[in-house]
Design a protein around this ligand. Structure first.
Ligand code: 3HC
Length: 287
């Protein structure tokens, strides 16, 4: 059976750092890449902070944390991905940036069998696949936030993806990363976001129209439907800019009003109220 010993993760934001952390904890050598030295350092701090919290909460021992940290290295040069057997890109949800990254990886990663996976939430996998010379080895691998907690990974083969790539990616996700997979169609939003995003946007419209407060909407869904967090708290976790980008892709694909980002969401993004990561979204995190 194939074992991935050397993983590359491109992008060290919320998702990339979570993916890198999970892989390192499960014994895989991980090279994490960011666009600049500063961003790579911020990625290292994010993962170290998360592992430290794991120690503080008694989830992992100091020894396990140190072993995971020793398996992680950081770079701001994608050229260093040459020896990777499997690479997951998790850069910003932007078509041009993702295309550029996947094309660079295609040129740089030396192993012709290496899989190039994209953690896009909503862009067509086939567009990224055909931008490379190995469209049969490009696949969607959609993780959920926070990656160390959420067990699901959606696997999205494009029309060009080989059956063998799907099998190898499924085995890597389940046997090595310890995740549970579902197969999803190469349609914007796949399975989960196609259902989740209209619900999140409906909650924003409810706030926008003044028919209920953010707190009451969240309390309603948390206590009424046993969701771990209500839709507005969840938007703050996901990031309002990311949510807007996903809604734009969904609307672009389906042209259904339920996917159209409400004006309030756009205005909050324009104002820099992106949720937890910027200190303010529907709630204030500055304290
Ligand atoms: N890393 C590791 N563990 C973490 C963690 C992290 N970043 N964040 C939370 N945890 C663990 C805690 O250690 C704790 O474990 P324990 O119960 O064994 O002690 C457990 O998760 C609960 O954490 P907290 O007590 O700190 O806080 P909450 O109980 O409020 O849970 C939450 C926080 C895990 C975020 C929970 O509210 C939740 O699951 N929310 C829903 C998240 C969700 O729906 N995600 C999907 C978003 S959609 C998406 O990602 C797709 C994209 O394309 C948009």
């Amino acid at each position: 059976m194939e074992t991935i010993a050397r993983l590359g993760v491109v992008g060290c934001g919320l998702m990339g750092s979570g993916i890198a952390e999970v892989a390192a904890l499960r014994g895989i050598d991980v090279l994490a890449a960011e666009a600049t030295r500063e961003a790579a350092e911020a990625g290292r701090r994010r993962i170290t902070g998360s592992l430290d919290r794991g120690v503080l909460r008694g989830k992992i021992s100091e020894e396990v944390r140190d072993l995971a940290l020793a398996r992680l290295s950081f770079t701001h040069d994608l050229g260093n991905m040459a020896d990777r057997q499997f690479v997951i890109e998790a850069v910003a949800e932007n078509r041009d940036i993702k295309t550029n990254v996947i094309q660079t990886l295609d040129k740089v990663v030396a192993d012709p069998r290496a899989v190039l996976a994209t953690n896009t939430s909503s862009l067509p996998i086939v567009d990224l696949a055909v931008a490379t010379e190995r469209p049969e080895q490009v696949i969607g691998m959609h993780f959920f936030n926070p990656v160390p907690v959420q067990t699901l990974v959606e696997l999205i083969p494009a029309l060009t993806t080989a059956e063998d790539t799907l099998d190898r990616t499924r085995r890597f996700a389940t046997e090595q990363l310890g995740k549970v997979t579902v197969q999803a169609p190469d349609r914007s939003g796949f399975v989960v976001n196609a259902l989740l995003v209209p619900y999140l946007l409906a909650a924003v419209r409810m706030v926008e129209s003044g028919s209920a407060s953010a707190e009451d909407i969240d309390r309603g869904m948390e206590l009424g439907c046993a969701h771990p967090m209500g839709p507005l708290r969840l938007l703050d976790l996901v990031g309002l800019d990311t949510a807007q980008a996903i809604a734009d892709s969904l609307y672009d694909e389906y042209r259904e009003p339920l996917y159209a980002p409400p004006a309030l969401l756009r205005r909050m993004v324009a104002a820099g109220r992106l949720g937890r990561k910027s200190g303010r979204g529907f709630y204030d995190y500055s304290a």
